[in-house]
Design a protein around this ligand. Structure first.
Ligand code: GTP
Ligand code: MG
Length: 207
């Protein structure tokens, strides 16, 4: 499953640079280096669309990507034209404290102030335990009635048999109704399932 087009739209370092809220938006959030930018490239089947790096803290701006998903099957196609938002990572980025402090309000501005934001994908590294920061983040979204999709990425780093217990533990820790989506940007594992979960979260319920 691959969108018809996926192109870079705009970068912003502060809310005044955000694009006008015209298209439905899905934001990708998570700890620095978890694989947010890589996952956007995998979802779009365009390598290098979002810049990735081995060094945590690569994405320091908020980046918007314009996606035409209208060619995709089923509910995913009903997403039509949308924006995927690549957020800077939170957490233990090896960058100066002052710079980190400047990201938090930027991330919050996207999550709290975009009338077009339809859903948030929270990415977790399948090899890490869910941390308090992520529990708080999920609760914060729930308070704001923002639909949340949780995905465990870098699944390629664990054997197949080791994955289900991790998914169950993450579901429990975050109080989710559904199991997190298992995925990997390395081999596109879980990509279609993640598109479907994103569509289910972002689309209004059908009458
Ligand atoms: P920041 O922008 O710094 O917040 O990072 P990010 O969350 O955008 O992570 P990014 O996509 O830049 O990936 C970080 C590192 O993890 C890179 O070295 C990627 O190649 C690697 N990576 C990302 N996804 C996967 C995956 O599914 N499997 C494996 N094995 N490596 C991955
Ligand atoms: Mg990034």
């Amino acid at each position: 499953m691959k969108p018809r087009t996926a192109t870079f739209a705009v970068s912003a370092s502060e809310p005044t640079g955000f694009p006008p809220p015209t298209l439905p938006e899905i934001a990708i959030a998570g700890r620095s280096n978890v694989g947010k930018s890589s996952l956007i490239n995998a979802l779009c089947s365009v390598s290098g669309l979002a810049r990735t790096s081995r060094t945590p803290g690569r994405t320091r701006l908020v980046n918007w990507f314009h996606i035409d998903a209208s060619n995709m099957p089923g509910a995913v196609g009903r997403l039509g034209q949308l924006h995927l938002i690549d957020l800077p990572g939170y957490g233990y980025a090896d960058v100066p404290m002052a710079m980190r402090a400047s990201w938090q309000p930027l991330i919050e501005a996207v999550l709290a102030q975009r009338p077009t934001l339809r859903a948030v994908v929270l990415l977790l590294d399948i090899r890490r335990e869910v941390e308090q920061e992520e529990i708080d983040f999920a609760a914060w979204l729930t308070d704001r009635k923002l639909p949340l999709v949780v995905a465990l990425t870098k699944a390629d780093k664990l054997g197949k048999a080791q994955r289900p217990p991790v998914a169950a533990a993450a579901k429990r820790a975050l109080g989710l109704r559904r199991e997190p989506v298992l995925c990997s940007a390395q081999d596109d594992f879980g990509r279609d399932e993640l598109w479907r979960a994103m569509a289910a979260a972002a689309l209004p319920p059908r009458p």
